[in-house]
Write a new protein. Structure first.
Ligand code: PEP
Ligand code: MG
Length: 762
């Protein structure tokens, strides 16, 4: 035996103690040692767990159950997991271990009798082999019997199906992975939540805090839309706060576990944190960030006046700065096996799963790399799970590219032959920035040779620009990430993803008399985005799904077969010919306006003649909308609409936005999704620029807001040109906002300087 005790108190633990207390235990010990207000706790060490296995004679039968299990066979995996967990749960814990835990619990009870048991797994040589979220946490435990039960439940969770799967795929031997249990006083928090000590996307010194009522699990699990606060560390004050309706809360229930209950209506809209509390939390965040040297993702809880810190770990989403090189873990040189377009930045590695057919998506597991000809809306649930996405077809504006950028998942599109060259289970590394696929697992190393999980991005302070910098959103779940960029509004909310995600065509809802369901789904989705951008304009685009995208959905069998759906029955032309479908959308918008969301603007796609705008506006009027009060505008994505912009202005548009993804393809006759002509897709083609330039000048002359929401609005060179030409706003992808804001500011400063110099010279 090792000589390490079965129980260690937080005060005895440092970050080096991971093998005994796991990542979570070590982090809590370290936090307590620097004076952060961590609730008292002890850890049942991994040595205690080993002793339990040995003394109960479990080792042999347990590892026999796990040995050689084919983790790709779901049934075999589930059955092995079930047997292994049962063995652990049913075994009798040695009496002396029980009594040690009991003594420690008695001591902990002096500060509070309710505790939580949190799993903290670790491999022998790895800081965190717990693969977050795979092991149990039991909250609200009262009494020693309940605690012993909870500890055994947490131990057993080391053999859950997902945990076994990951260890096998990552090449860990099951017997080298241990588990420690943190037994901590449960803070019966009145409010709790999470905090990013620096901006999670840009790395700016902005502390982002999310909070809600009750226990923090409601925020961590995403069960509630929390309040959001932005604390600017340079100005030392809260610069932004968004109060959301907090519908539910999770609270302790009896002697064991928790319940979710409705928050009474009077408390739902109440602001959770005062400015004073935000400042105190941010200060703890700074202490932790400075101690660890990297921005932290923390959990906190407040009861009465007291703040507690429950967790602190490095943020992994901030883009690493500085020069990087890649190295295979074996040290051999990297081998590029495929190339395409880098559609969503980031590096990821994992086993390939080929999706030939939508029926295959059940096979997709967390951490896989999805390889498919082209993604479609049915695949979105699986796309949420995967570490990266690789497609044969498509360009920067295809479905896979748009969705993966919003999910923050690395993606390479248009490789032409990924589904032929890659095979199921093959481990690859995807570089979503450069568009490269490497054989095997490649570790990211900074030039100093240290393994880099996170590097602090030396990002500039949030810059105020005269040209608005807005963000594009397609999925409501990306709204918070989008808002966290500090964007000046949403320049394009595509509702297709929302509607396609329902898996039924609008016509299906109409035919089955489920119009109200359609309206409420659409309304709830849009509301999430409006709520994330209070007081900032959100331009929602009416439906623009080509017929081929509807075909796989219920009701899709009635969609016409079109030879060229891109030029077919889509956008405003379809809505004008389908009055009921259009009316359902208008009714949704009207209800939102009636609720007071006057930041909602509506944008019509694929207009080619001002008549279409006039007809659409008339439909709004007939539905009872005060059309002179609301913002109605158009996309400019057909050359005809750029040429006729003055007539559109006379027809009453309030704004226009360049949909360059389509404008380019229609101007130079290059299919945006066809990888055979990708090289000829030329955003800065002189004809495209000429159309944009003349439309900007006409809009400026008439004081009409003119923007861009196509992919070209995320390209710094293009944006420089657009700002020089006088565009009044740009709308970019979430991942591009920081760079685009900087580009806009620099261009504006140069224009001002040039003007001043010219004045001096005259
Ligand atoms: C565009 O065409 O530029 C645009 C933003 O619309 P979508 O990509 O949805 O066609
Ligand atoms: Mg378009």
């Amino acid at each position: 035996m090792t000589g390490i005790p079965d129980i260690l108190w937080l005060e005895e633990i440092r970050k080096e103690d991971i093998p005994s207390v796991g990542g979570k235990g070590a982090s809590l010990g370290e936090m307590a040692s620097i004076g952060l207000p961590v609730p008292p706790a002890f850890v049942v060490t991994s040595q205690a767990f080993r002793r339990f296995l040995i003394q109960t004679g479990l080792e042999e039968p347990l590892f026999t159950v796990l040995k050689g299990v084919n983790v790709d066979d779901n049934e075999a995996l589930e059955s092995a997991a079930q047997k292994a967990k049962e063995l652990v749960n049913k075994a009798n814990m040695p009496d002396d271990l029980k009594s040690e835990i009991s003594t420690a619990y008695e001591k902990l009870r002096r500060t509070g009798e309710i505790v939580a048991a949190r799993s903290s797994a670790t491999a022998e040589d790895l800081p965190d082999a717990s693969f977050a979220g795979q092991q149990e946490t039991v909250l609200n435990i009262k009494g020693i019997e309940n605690l012993l039960n909870a500890i055994q439940t947490c131990w057993a969770s080391l053999y859950g199906a997902r945990a076994i799967y990951y260890r096998t795929k990552q090449g860990f031997e099951h017997h080298t992975v241990n588990i420690a249990i943190v037994v901590q006083q449960l803070i019966p928090s009145e409010k709790a939540g999470v905090m990013f000590t620096s901006h999670p996307v840009t790395g700016e010194p902005l502390t982002i805090i999310e909070g809600s009522w009750g226990l923090g699990e409601a925020v961590v699990s995403g069960a509630v839309s929390p309040d959001k606060y932005v604390f600017d560390r340079r100005l030392e004050r809260t610069t932004d706060r968004l109060v959301s309706p907090k519908i539910i809360e999770i609270i302790p229930d009896g002697n064991y576990g928790t319940i979710t209950r409705d928050v009474e209506s009077g408390r739902q809209e109440v602001q959770v944190l005062s400015d004073e509390e935000v400042k105190r939390l941010a200060t703890y965040g700074i202490v932790s960030e400075e101690h660890y040297g990297v921005p932290q993702d923390m959990e906190w809880a407040i009861v009465g006046e007291k703040i507690f810190v429950l967790q602190s770990r490095p943020i992994t989403t901030i883009k690493a700065s500085g020069s990087m090189k890649k190295e295979t873990t074996s040290g051999s040189s990297e081998k590029v096996i495929l190339q395409g377009q880098g559609a969503s930045p980031g590096l990821a590695c994992g086993p390939v799963i080929i999706i030939d057919d939508i029926r295959d998506i059940g096979k997709v597991k967390d951490g896989d790399i999805m390889v498919t000809r082209m993604t479609n809306p049915d695949m979105v649930p699986a796309m949420r799970k995967v570490a990266a996405i690789v497609t044969d077809e498509g360009g920067m504006t295809c479905h896979a590219a748009i969705v993966s950028r919003e999910l923050g998942t690395p993606a390479v599109v248009g490789t032409r032959k990924a589904t032929q060259i890659l095979t199921d289970g093959m481990v690859i590394t995807v570089d979503g920035e450069k568009g490269l696929i490497y054989e095997g697992e490649i570790a990211l190393h900074a030039d100093n040779g240290k393994n880099v999980q996170v590097a602090v991005a030396a990002a500039p302070a949030k810059i105020i620009t005269a040209t608005s910098v807005k963000v594009n959103v397609s999925m409501p779940e990306a709204a918070q990430r989008a808002a966290a960029t500090g964007a000046d509004g949403v320049g394009l909310l595509r509702i297709e993803h929302l509607i396609l995600g329902l898996n039924k065509t609008p016509n299906w809802f109409i035919k089955n008399h489920k119009e109200e369901d359609f309206i409420s789904e659409l309304m709830n989705g849009i509301k999430v985005v409006l709520d994330a951008f209070p007081g900032k304009p959100v331009w929602v685009r009416t439906l623009d799904a080509p017929t081929d995208e509807f075909r796989n959905m219920q009701g899709g069998e009635n969609e016409p077969i079109e030879h060229n759906p891109m030029l077919g029955w889509r956008g405003i032309r379809r809505d004008l010919q389908s009055p009921t479908q259009f009316r359902l959308q208008i009714d949704t918008f009207k209800r939102l306006w009636d609720l007071g969301y006057d930041n909602l603007g509506i944008m019509f796609p694929m207009v080619s003649h001002p008549r279409e705008f006039v007809l659409a506006k008339e439909q709004f009027r007939q539905a009872g909308v005060d059309v002179e009060k609301v913002d109605l505008g158009v996309m400019i994505e057909i050359p005809a609409s750029a040429i006729l912009i003055e007539d559109f202005i006379r027809a009453g548009i309030r704004f226009a936005s360049f949909g360059t993804n389509d404008l380019i393809q229609y101007t130079i006759a290059i299919d945006r999704n066809n990888e055979n002509v990708t090289d000829m897709y030329w955003p800065k083609h002189p004809a495209v620029l000429a159309l944009i330039d003349q439309a900007i000048q006409v809009c400026r002359k008439n004081s009409v807001e003119v923007s861009i929401c196509g992919q070209a609005g995320s390209d710094p060179d293009m944006v420089t040109w657009l700002v020089e030409k006088g565009i009044t706003s740009v709308s970019s992808n979430i991942d591009a906002i920081s760079k685009i804001r900087e580009t806009v500011a620099k261009t504006e400063q140069r224009i001002i300087l040039d003007a001043a110099r010219n004045k001096n010279a005259n």
